[in-house]
Every structure is written in C-alpha cells, then in structure tokens.
Design a protein around this ligand. Structure first.
Ligand code: ADP
Ligand code: MG
Length: 358
C-alpha cells in the first residue's frame, strides 16, 4: 500500500507521518517513509539525525545510478521503519516532481520499491503544482493533515482538487483528513460537511509531541523508553477514550511531577507513560483504519469563493457571538453613561462581509 501525506507547511505532516509509520510497523508491516519536502527533515525523529538525500547522493555520484548502494540512501529508523529523504531541487530552479521521479527510479533500480508492505510519502502541500502532486501518481491513498484554521483548510481543499484530478487516471482515493494541533474542530466539520470525506482523527496541541521533535524521537520511542516494551499495542482509541483523558489527568497533576512534590516519582512516571501511550493510540487507530483498506472518497473540492464564504460564515458567527457579547456588555456599560453602540455593530457586519464576499 502506498500512502501520500499532504498538508500545509508546518502543520505536522512529518510528525504525523513518522508516528503512523511506526504504528504500521508495530502492526507487523515493513514500512518505508520517503520525505519529499526540500526541508528534508521528514525522517528526523525516526533516525535522530538528518540523513543524506537522494539528490545529494546522486549528484555526488555524477548520476551514475549503478554506483549507488541501498545503504547510501536507505537508513533504518526506530521500530525498523526504513527512511529515505528525496531532497529538494535547487532553490529557484528545478522541480520537486523531478526529484520525486528520480527517487522512485533509484529505489526501483535498487529493487527496493516493491520490497515494502507500506511506502509513505511525506509531501508538502501549500502549492500542489504538478511537481508536488507527483507522489500521488504512485499512491493508493492520500491523507491530508490540517488544523482547524483557514490556511490549513484552504491547502486541504487544493490537495483535494489534486486528488480528484489524479484519480481520473490513477486508482487513487482520499483516505481522509487528520486534524492536528487543534482542540476545536468546528471548521473541519463545516468543511467535511460541504466536501464529504472521512475524518480519521483529531489530535490536540500536545507538549510531548513538540518535545519529541526537539529530542529527535518519535512519541513511540519516548513511550517505549518511559514505559519499557510493554506498550499496549492491542488497545484501541474507543476503549481508551471511554475513561477520563489521561492527558487532562497528567496535565492537571503536572506531567513532569514538579507541580506536586509530595507525589512519588513512580506515580508521575506512570502518568507520563499513560499520557504518551494515549497519544500513541491515536496513531495506532489511524494505522488500523488504513490497514482495512478503506473505501475513501474521490473528493469534489469547493471553489475558492465557496470555501471563503463557508469558513468566514463560521468564523464570523463565532466572532459575532463574542463581538455581540463584548458589545452588549460595553452597551450596558455605555448605556449607563447615556450612549448607544448599536450603529457600531452593524458597521462591523458590513465591513466583514465586504472583505470575504466581494
Ligand atoms: P510539517 O512536516 O507539516 O512541516 P512538522 O511535523 O515538522 O510539520 O511539525 C512542525 C512542528 O510542530 C514541529 O516542531 C512538531 O513537533 C510540532 N507539532 C506537530 N504536531 C504537533 C502537535 N499535535 N502538538 C504539538 N506540537 C506539534
Ligand atoms: Mg515536514
């Protein structure tokens, strides 16, 4: 199975990719993750360092494919996940699609392309030009990572359009959206209502994930280090999420145990382990959904105008509610001084509508 993970820059694609790759490996699959972002840090938390890119290696060998060995470009990461970084075209010149094409060509020459149960492409998606859409040519499923904000969903909609386009000539489906770094999902829900697609998971902003990047480790490695090899591989999210969220529990108590000096170290460690394992279960749940080879969808993206209108209506109703509250409390305050703010409110409404709907 070939997967392509897309999303706006900085949204959490590589974090999500690395943790899904490990989750799939924990389910017994042989996994290769290919970083297709010129930033070439996709596999950093899997290997703990920036591995040499395919393009740099090919350049060093003067594009003599026969002189490149698998160990020059394929590095084993945590939990047996193999890692490749495609690298980027020279800035301001060349094409990301060419780089992906060269990467796949080399992996085929090395007899590595068909050796894996799962190949996961981690690709940026701010602009899905022909080049950056290239990994979709090789993929069975696209997965989109987004937050609950306008830019992330705007990128998601462009990626959905690319999937629809590619699906005309390739057996490609959109497996769904993963919400990341967001406690809220109202805009995501509004979007999928208008452009139907599954939502595989929604993950909040989690300090341990930010820390895992700094430490150059995935969450699974952190869980294994904290809790030993006994991570609950069998548990699924519905079982876990039926109780109180361990993240809440851990953060209430202070995940590093420092907020309550009277608590024993063992108890703090237990909380930390439970919280990290809880997040790992999110990724295991996504892996399990993918392993069922879901039907997915061929999306029908919204026009830019529809998307602007949809998201601004939602944002606006939230803002209006809070503005209304602010205005009514200000009105009550001002009223006692003999002033009226009703006019102010309607001018706010008009300027907002003009901005989005002209
Ligand atoms: P991308 O690959 O989309 O550019 P990254 O995966 O590199 O994004 O993530 C960007 C930053 O956001 C990293 O520092 C990462 O640790 C952090 N991050 C990603 N997801 C989360 C999350 N759910 N909670 C907290 N930090 C996150
Ligand atoms: Mg990345």
């Amino acid at each position: 199975m070939k997967l392509a993970v897309y999303g706006k820059g900085g949204i959490g694609k590589s974090t999500t990719s690395c943790n899904i790759s490990i989750a799939l490996a924990k389910r017994g699959k042989k996994v290769l993750q290919i970083g297709c972002d010129p930033k070439h840090d996709s596999t950093f938390t899997l290997t703990g360092f920036l591995i040499p890119t395919i393009i740099d290696t090919l350049q060093a060998k003067d594009y003599h494919y026969e002189d490149v060995w698998p160990e020059d470009v394929i590095y084993q990461g945590y939990s047996g996940v193999d890692c490749v970084e495609a690298g980027g075209p020279p800035a301001g010149a060349g094409c990301g699609g060419y780089v992906v094409g060269e990467t796949v060509k080399l992996l085929k020459e090395l007899n590595a392309f068909y050796e894996y149960d799962i190949i996961l492409f981690d690709v940026l998606g701010d602009v899905v030009c022909g080049g950056f859409a290239a990994p979709l040519n090789y993929s069975d499923y696209c997965i989109i990572v987004t937050d609950n904000g306008f830019d992330g969903l705007f990128a998601a909609n462009r990626i959905a359009a690319s999937v629809r386009e590619k699906a005309r000539t390739h057996p490609l489906r959109l497996a769904g959206l993963i919400g990341n770094r967001t406690a809220k999902r109202d805009l995501i829900d509004k979007y999928v209502e208008a452009c139907p697609m599954p939502v595989l998971e929604v993950l909040p902003l989690i300090e341990e994930i930010r820390l895992s990047r700094v430490k150059g480790k995935t969450l699974f490695e952190m869980a294994d280090k904290v809790g030993g090899p006994s991570i609950r591989l069998g548990s699924n999210l519905s079982e876990v999420s039926s109780g109180p969220c361990p993240l809440d529990k851990a953060s209430q108590k202070g995940i590093d145990g420092s907020s309550n000096k009277t608590r024993g170290k063992a108890e703090a460690k237990q909380d930390e382990m439970t919280a990290i394992q809880y997040i790992c279960d999110f990724y295991l749940n996504i892996a399990d959904q993918l392993l069922t080879e879901p039907e997915g969808v061929i999306p029908r993206e919204l026009s830019d105008r529809e998307l602007f209108s949809l998201l601004s209506d939602q944002l606006f109703s939230q803002n209006t509610n809070s503005t209304k509250k602010a205005i009514s409390s200000s009105f009550a305050e001002q009223n006692s001084l003999g002033s009226n703010n009703g006019v102010k409110q309607s001018s706010l409404v008009n300027s907002h509508e003009d901005f989005f709907l002209v």
